[in-house]
Design a protein around this ligand. Sequence first.
Ligand code: OGA
Ligand code: FE2
Length: 490
Amino acid sequence: MAFNKIWYTIALGLLLPFSYAHTDFFTSIGHMTDLINTEKDLVVSLKDYIKAEESKLEQIKKWAEKLDQLTDTATKDPEGFLGHPVNAFKLMKRLNTEWGELESLVLKDMSDGVKHKSFLTAEDCFELGKIAYTEADYYHTELWMEQALKQLDEGEVSSADKVYILDYLSYAVYQQGDLAKAMMLTKRLLELDPEHQRANGNMKYFEYIMAKEKEANKSSTDSEDQMEKETEVKKKDYLPERRKYEMLCRGEGLKMTPRRQKTLFCRYYDGNRNPRYILGPVKQEDEWDKPRIVRFLDIISDEEIETVKELAKPRLSRATVHDPETGKLTTAHYRVSKSAWLSGYESPVVSRINTRIQDLTGLDVSTAEELQVANYGVGGQYEPHFDFARKDEPDAFKELGTGNRIATWLFYMSDVSAGGATVFPEVGASVWPKKGTAVFWYNLFPSGEGDYSTRHAACPVLVGNKWVSNKWLHERGQEFRRPCTLSELE
Ligand code: OGA
Ligand code: FE2
């Protein structure tokens, strides 16, 4: 009976629109042909998926059969079996790695990744390189043109032309001062197109400059030569901040030595016997030793996060930075996000969060800035910076009248699918966002001197989006909570 009723409802739902809207039915036929193609595409995808799953199952089946036989033999005479070193070795290998690999295969979702997977063509890379070029951004011109060329070299069929790419690429490389590489690329271009006018001209020019440089080198004294060699060695050792920043953002952080890692712990923390946390201490983890960065886990609930986000959303606006020249707030390409400020007076949730920060840091929050909520979309980032004001910008926080930013508290209010780490390029630390956690570090030494190792950045979000909120604590009010020292760097 119930079954019939369901069918009746479905049938009615399907039929009524047709009978009431006869004309719509006919005029929409043209558009409906598109739907046939859509459905055909769906069938193709579905078949691909089935194929992938079947081949996966096939692999698993083969493995199971092989091991079925093997374990049969092995269990009949375990000692005899293992007496052969190759059998023993292979057993260890299976248990060490192969079973693990099989597990990953079993757990692998064959449809996973397809959702997000899409590739840039050589043509796309070329277009992006050209955009960078028109902005005189030769660093990115080089990266994009290199990628376009690589894809063509790998055999991608494309309308992008190697000669054009090499033309842009060699120029971008020349602009960045790598004459030898620019020459090599120009040579490559000329092999493809010996009559290329600009390339021929450039080649002559490069050769002329090279010869002049050689001449200058010859006449310089030995000691100068020595000095030059030394600076070259130094140059190689020294990774510019930009490269460190990008490496850390890619997750290629310099790993800490095990000896150093051993000094990092996790613990339950009661806020130094704070009455609110004695019975319910919080989880605290050392993220880094110098500067000391700690992470609090499960420190803000999903409900609190929702409230904070809802309060902030209507007020989000493009984030600003202090212009070091004028001291005024402006927007900047190196800080791409939207943010809003929330006061403790407007919501008990914000007030509760402020109190939590005070309890767990032991620092007075009454002199802190309001809670800042920030949202980074895809591409959103904040390039390396200090949170504190340097000696040459004494007026940065003047209007607050509470001194410099002594410490930073940063809540992660979302997970990020890819990208979005907070990285410290000076020391090689990266902190990955994890919803519900918060990190804390001091920007100033107890003497009031700025700690330059706290230079940090918010990496570009690659997939998804990132919500954080921060509290910048200031010097005033901490006189007895974090007393000054006499020596500067203590
Ligand atoms: C900042 C900051 C880091 C981050 O807003 O000052 O450094 O990961 N944010 O969002
Ligand atoms: Fe910062």
